[in-house]
Design a protein around this ligand. Structure first.
Ligand code: ZN
Length: 129
């Protein structure tokens, strides 16, 4: 997969300020932002570059207030990095294509993977089939 590499300045010019903050300054939106239309169908793409990230079928109601998925659409759709901010050790998820920060993954998700991919609404666009 070809990676997109742009400077922070270039992204800043192209993106909505809120999206830039979350994607490249690793911000976290307030829970229950609900900018994402609930749907059981379709594909959620990266808001920055359009990379396919999650199938709506892998979405579940976690009660956290952020969109939650139990698996990415493809193993290489996202990348993982250790995040030691806020005094915790968490696994950060970034877009496999453009490197935008998406959210974190936790080990308390449902079957079949047991994973909970907790994603900022603003990082995801929905494409209906
Ligand atoms: Zn992306």
């Amino acid at each position: 997969m070809r990676k997109i590499t742009k400077s922070d300045e270039e992204w800043k010019k192209e993106l909505d300020p809120k999206l830039y903050h979350i994607a490249f300054e690793k911000g976290t939106e307030a829970p229950f932002s609900k900018t994402l239309t609930p749907s059981k169908d379709g594909i959620h793409r990266c808001s920055v570059c359009g990379n396919e990230l999650f199938s709506a079928k892998a979405k579940f109601e976690s009660g956290t207030g952020w969109p939650s998925f139990y698996e990415p659409i493809k193993p290489d759709a996202v990348e993982y990095a250790e995040d030691r901010s806020l005094g915790m050790v968490r696994t950060e998820i970034t877009c496999g294509k453009c490197g935008a920060h998406l959210g974190h993954v936790f080990d308390d998700g449902p079957k079949p993977t047991g994973k909970r991919y907790c994603i900022n609404c603003v990082s995801l666009g929905l494409e209906k089939k």
